[in-house]
Design a protein around this ligand. Sequence first.
Ligand SMILES: NC(=O)c1ccc[n+]([C@@H]2O[C@H](COP(=O)([O-])OP(=O)(O)OC[C@H]3O[C@@H](n4cnc5c(N)ncnc54)[C@H](OP(=O)(O)O)[C@@H]3O)[C@@H](O)[C@H]2O)c1
Length: 280
Amino acid sequence: MNYVTLNNGVKMPILGYGVYQVTPEECERCVLDAIEAGYRSIDTAQAYQNEEGVGNAIEKCGIPREELFITTKVWISNAGFEKAKASIEESLRKLKTDYIDLLLIHQPFGDYYGTYRAMEEAYKEGKIKAIGVSNFYPDRLIDICQFTEITPAVNQVETHPFNQQAQAHEIMEKYKVQHESWGPFAEGRKDMFTNPVISEIAAKYNKSVAQVILRYLTQNNVVVIPKSTHKERMIENISVFDFELTEEDKKAIKSLDEAESAFFSHYDPQTVEFLTGLGK
Ligand SMILES: NC(=O)c1ccc[n+]([C@@H]2O[C@H](COP(=O)([O-])OP(=O)(O)OC[C@H]3O[C@@H](n4cnc5c(N)ncnc54)[C@H](OP(=O)(O)O)[C@@H]3O)[C@@H](O)[C@H]2O)c1
């Protein structure tokens, strides 16, 4: 496994396993399968309602806790200092651990400054090894970097071949915030898995489209957390460090960038109304 070093010196695997849309019933089995396949980094969130499944797997997997890297995220309904503080305790309980490796603010809405202060406090108490944000596009990221004591270590944003976040990546580098991708395959949207440009590159290396995408992102210093409930795909998705894309390959994949979300825009008033509504 390759690692990135975060701005506070913490080492994070560059490739992990995400559990969004993994049901609470399936989560423990999936995370145990992922750990057996070699994953050490697991990405969950309060909103996924499967932190307990992750916690059960942490308890049962037989891997020392310090070899695992657990991420969770504070949801909008827990925004604000007091609520966020209580939710951190709840996440620790559900995850069956006395520390979280990385805690992110899930969405930049509601009293997220209050949330961040609670995260800073828990960080200083040693309950969290690194704190960061998610879905903070350049305007909000710069703002939070300017007005907080601890610079976010990570920003997790939608990133895949059709939405590569070139400008956001530059800003993250400038502020020493590690870029992490969510949705590396855009959940298969826009026929990602049969894209002709990526398929041609994949054939050259005898790899799959999924593997080429993960290699591309990690070669660009982007942390990835692909999700699959199938063990054979988990194994496929982690087997990406035995080949290297050339500059020409990278240029071809770069040309696929539409610089637009395959899901929804955080600047769309309807989306913002929907998300802020969840916090009320
Ligand atoms: N911070 C945020 O707001 C946010 C938002 C979304 C996601 N995330 C995080 O990012 C993680 C990854 O994103 P995501 O789950 O949305 O989507 P994704 O990883 O881009 O795509 C997952 C989809 O691809 C399929 N798949 C996985 N590996 C495959 C392979 N090798 N070949 C063919 N199909 C494959 C999966 O199907 P099967 O499961 O059936 O194999 C699933 O339908 C999440 O799990 C979550 O941890 C964060």
